[in-house]
Write a new protein. Structure first.
Length: 391
């Protein structure tokens, strides 16, 4: 086998495992540098740019793309769309891992990460938006863990504890939607204190609304995108319901995403009109703003609608991936690209390669944990001992 390591019938030295191993090794080395030599050795952060891609990508993008958990749970348990029940566990797992590693990534960005829990123990800053975000994320991470818990409890055979966890489903779903509404919008509100730093085309009093509505779009698109990848990678782990109903979910969520994108485009235009910033659309930043508006909001709205009309599942799934990319670009525009836009090029922030390396490392850890869990626990299939029961 020319040097391949064989375990049973499966090879360990697959291309994915090799790449994953290299990324993890790189991440561990950078982690050691970051926590032994400080932020200055591993980042390009400064007094002008105290927040880089560890906030813009790892936190803002991570929280948005983890919204599939509350979106899917709300659709099934609050709005009664029981036909999408099979998608709840994968969505909740993705949300749980997303929020868990947002907290992990936050430790890299903090100068004193051991004091992360300080605001909750020593003094409650109830007038601080950042405190509200932190509190809601901590509570919602707990909610996601409890929502996810029936799967590992079934895997471990703890039937009584699993029964109690399932009974909490509706309460946890409602609580999760409330918490998500609060912190998704509050992440946008954080930038309201920087009107002189954020470019006028992205700065708006409606930023909290923009962040919340776009998180719904991100959640819907991420569920479809993740489902597409799971079907390719874990097809053999799926039961008949997952295999037969995924097309129905793609059409339903694609239709919903198109409608929400249309609303999002409308309120973004209202934001430009409210600030009377039409003249800025002909500037270089204005052209980039139009690329975001037309290429990553209007275009996917149209493509979703066409895909649903023609029942073109490939088009809808491609659009889901394109929309996820659009959410990434939007969050980076607000936190990095259009932030401190007025500074000279010499003072502008560009991420250090180690910052990019840690972000790639965090994403890889999420993928590895997801793969470990879905190959062992009843995530993509119904546990035979609980068939027909409420999950």
């Amino acid at each position: 086998m020319s040097g391949e390591i064989i375990t049973g019938k499966k090879t360990v030295m697959t291309p994915f495992n090799v790449i994953a191993g290299m990324v993890v090794l790189m991440g561990l080395i950078i982690t050691a540098i970051r926590f032994t030599k400080g932020l200055g050795a591993a980042t390009n952060l400064s007094d002008y740019n105290p927040w880089g891609i560890w906030i813009g990508f790892d936190l803002l993008v991570g929280v948005a793309l983890a919204a599939g958990g509350y979106v899917t749970s709300a659709a099934v348990y609050i709005f009664g769309m029981k036909k999408y029940h099979f998608a709840v566990r994968p969505a909740v797992l993705t949300g749980f891992l997303g929020y868990l590693f947002v907290v992990v990534a936050l430790h890299y960005d903090l100068g004193r990460p051991w004091r992360l829990a300080y605001p909750f123990i020593v003094g409650w800053g109830t007038t601080s938006l950042l405190f509200e975000v932190g509190l809601c994320v901590a509570l919602y991470l707990t909610v996601l863990f409890l929502e996810f818990s029936p799967a590992p409890l079934e895997w471990l055979g703890f039937k009584k504890t699993r029964y109690l966890a399932v009974r909490l489903t509706m309460v946890l779903t409602i609580f999760g939607v409330v918490l998500s509404t609060l912190h998704q919008s509050s992440l946008g509100a954080l930038f309201l204190i920087a009107p002189s730093k954020l470019h006028p085309l992205w700065y708006s009093p409606y930023l909290p609304v923009f962040f919340f509505v776009s998180s719904i779009i991100a959640g819907l698109s991420m569920v479809m995108f993740e489902g597409m990848l799971s079907h390719r990678a874990f097809h053999d782990k799926m039961d008949e319901e997952h295999l037969s109903e995924s097309d129905s979910l793609t059409l339903g969520f694609g239709k919903a995403a198109s409608l929400v994108l249309a609303g999002y485009f409308t309120i973004k235009i209202i934001g430009v009109a409210a600030g009377n910033h039409w003249n800025l659309l002909t500037t270089p930043y204005g052209i980039w703003f139009l690329v975001e508006m037309i290429g990553f909001i209007a275009l996917p709205c149209f493509l979703y609608a066409v895909g649903v009309r023609d029942k073109n599942l490939m088009l809808i799934r491609f659009t889901a991936a394109w929309t996820v990319l659009g959410i990434v670009i939007n969050r980076l525009n607000i936190s990095v690209i259009a932030f401190n836009w007025h500074l000279p090029a010499s003072d502008r922030y560009f991420p250090h390669w180690m910052e990019i390396g840690i972000s790639v490392f965090i994403v890889m850890l999420i993928i590895l944990f997801y793969r470990f869990i879905v190959t062992r626990m009843p995530i993509l299939y119904e546990h035979p001992d609980y068939k027909g029961e409420e999950q």
